[in-house]
Design a protein. Structure first.
Length: 235
């Protein structure tokens, strides 16, 4: 079974695929009878494959310890997650992404481990901020605003937003008033943050990259044009 997964390094921002050689993960099981039930604590080191970076990221997570059909212990639902190195998983985004969006995103990442509820609330506000700013939608409930951009965005992005919307309590989050705080589990908070990162990349960064590329083409064309005019004018 392949354990490869897509990952963005919080130090160098490079998008990579993490293979087994770059991942060190271990766990310890709590089996002493207790009021909360059996638990598994997993630790995960990831080493960035970018030769210029090679930084170590460390996170630990607490799970329900379950039994599989053969009575073997296995990792269950994630209860808590802690990003130890770096302390926040927040990626550094360029300055042209609106500051209010970056602020909400950074804050959502910072408190993701300590308060998933508050983190998800900030993520929702951030998501709404992105949709309003980028697509100039008519303000309403987040779910209605998402509906407004359905025909404007590429189908895959729409499906991603739609599938995140359907996970657990996130849907309730998007249907309710912005001030309402809804309970979410750590995986849901993580999913929302991942969605925000994707949208910032796919919309703001892609738009800026496109602009830069087109300007470059125009510049080169203009220079050629100037040079041509120059030769025409020359006797
Ligand atoms: Zn890196």
């Amino acid at each position: 079974m392949s354990n490869e997964f897509h990952w963005t390094c919080p130090f160098c921002n490079r998008d990579t695929t993490i293979t087994e050689e770059r991942l060190h993960s271990t766990w310890t099981d709590l089996t002493i009878s207790n009021a909360d039930g059996p638990r598994r604590l997993t630790s995960r080191f990831i080493i960035c494959p970018n030769p210029q970076c090679q930084k170590t990221t460390l996170s630990v997570s607490l799970h329900v310890l379950e039994k599989n059909q053969f009575d073997q212990p296995r990792t269950g639902k994630c209860l808590r997650q802690w990003h130890l190195i770096p302390a926040s998983r927040a990626l550094a985004f360029p300055d042209y992404v609106p500051q209010s969006i970056i602020n909400d995103y950074n804050e959502a990442c910072l408190i993701q481990d300590t308060s998933t509820k508050a983190s998800a609330t900030l993520s929702r506000r951030c998501l709404q901020g992105i949709i309003r700013d980028f697509w100039k939608v008519k303000p309403g409930r987040l779910i209605d605003e998402i509906e407004q951009i359905k025909d404007k965005i590429d189908p895959l992005t729409w499906e991603a937003i739609d599938s995140v919307r359907k996970v657990g309590n996130i849907g309730a989050h998007m249907e309710k008033d912005i001030d309402l705080i809804v309970d979410v589990d750590p995986n849901e908070a993580e999913l929302l943050i991942g969605l925000i990162e994707t949208l910032i990349r796919d919309w703001y960064i892609a738009r800026e990259d496109r602009k830069t590329r087109l300007l470059k083409i125009k510049q080169v064309a203009d220079q050629k044009d100037q040079a041509k005019k120059g030769t025409v004018r020359a006797p």
